[in-house]
Design a binder for this molecule. Sequence first.
Ligand code: F0G
Length: 369
Amino acid sequence: MPEASQPTIFANDHGVIQRYRNYLPVTDNTPIVSLSEGSTPLIHAPRLSARVGKGCTVLVKYEGLNPTGSFKDRGMTMAMSKARENGSKAVICASTGNTSAAAAAYATRAGMDCVVLLPAGKISQGKLAQAFVYGAKVVAIDGNFDRALELVREIGEMDEFEIVNSINPYRIEGQKTASFEIIDDLGDAPHIHVLPVGNAGNITAYWKGYREYHAEGKSTRLPKMVGFQAAGSAPIFYNQVVTAPETVATAIRIGNPASWEAANEALNTSGGKIDIVTDAEILEAQGWLAANEGIFVEPASAASIAGLFKCCAKPCEGCPVNAIEPESTIVCTVTGHGLKDIDTALSARSFRTIDAKDDRSDILGKLGY
Ligand code: F0G
C-alpha cells in the first residue's frame, strides 16, 4: 500500500476527536485518522414514545449514519490514530462484520494494512462487501466470533499487528463520545439508556462517557443502562458462556463477551438490567421501526427496540424500565444501518412488487386509484 501523507484535521472535519479532544487521550503529536464520524442524529420517535406511554419521550440515537454505517467508526478513529502514532504498519481484528468494515476503512485512511478474521458464512453480505472494497485482507475461519477473537489475541502478540477490537482501550475511548453527544443534545442525560449487547464494549463505553460527563457537571443525573442480548446468544443474561451462540442478528452472535465484567459493572452501578429478546421479536421490531418511524436498522440494532417493547408489554419485577417515572426520557441506541443486511430484512417478510405494464392507467388501476 502506498505510504499516506500524515493525515491532518481539516477545518471541515467534524470527527469525534476534533469535537471531544479534551476528553480523549490524544496529543498534538497524534495524527488524526478520521472520516468525520459521530455527531449522529438523536431522533425523536413520537410513535415509539406513544407505545411506551406514561408521557415518556423516546429518542433514537441513529448510529447507522456514521461513515461506514455503524457506531464502530467512533472507536476506530481513536484506535487507528493511536496505532499510527505508535508507528504500527498493520491492524488486525475479529468481527461479526461491523468492526471489520470500520477497521478496513480507517486502516486505508491511515495507510495501514488491515487483516480481519470473520466467522465463515455468518457475516451479512453488505458488511463483507465493505471489508473487501475498503481493501482488507479477509480471512474466513471455521469457527465463531469468540474463536476468531481468541486467535486475534494470539496473533496480536506479534509486533507486526495492532489489535483494533474493543479490547484495545482506545476503541472504548472513542465510543464513549456517543454519550457526550446525547447529553449535549438533550442538555442532560436521559433517565434510561437502552442498547443491544454483543461483545459488551459499547455498553462499557456509554457508561464511561456518561460518568465522565457527569463528573464534569455536564449532566445532573446518570441513566440506568439497559442492555438486550439475543436469546440464543445471551451469556451475560444467563451468566454463563454460550459455546454455540445463534441468532438472526449476526452482529451480536457472541457467546463469550470480552467486556463482560465491565458490562456487569455498568448494569449494576447504574441500577439497570440485562434481558433477552427472541429473533422473532427482533425482526418484528426492525419492521415496526422502519414502518412507523422511518428508521431502518440492522437486526442487532433492533434488539434495543424489541427490548423496550418487551419491557412495556410485560412488566417484570425490579425492572427499571417499568419503574420509570412518568415523563421520563429514554434513549435507544440503534447501532447499525439497515442496508448492512438486506437479505435478512427481505427474507423476514413477504414483500412483493406490484407488477404493471408500462402504462399509466394500468399502474393506477393496480394501485387502486
Ligand atoms: N450492534 C451492532 C450493529 C454491532 O455490530 C455490534 C457488535 C453490537 C451491536 C454489539 O456491540 O459488541 O460493543 O456489545 N459488533 C461487533 C463487530 C462484535 O465485530 O462488528 P458490542
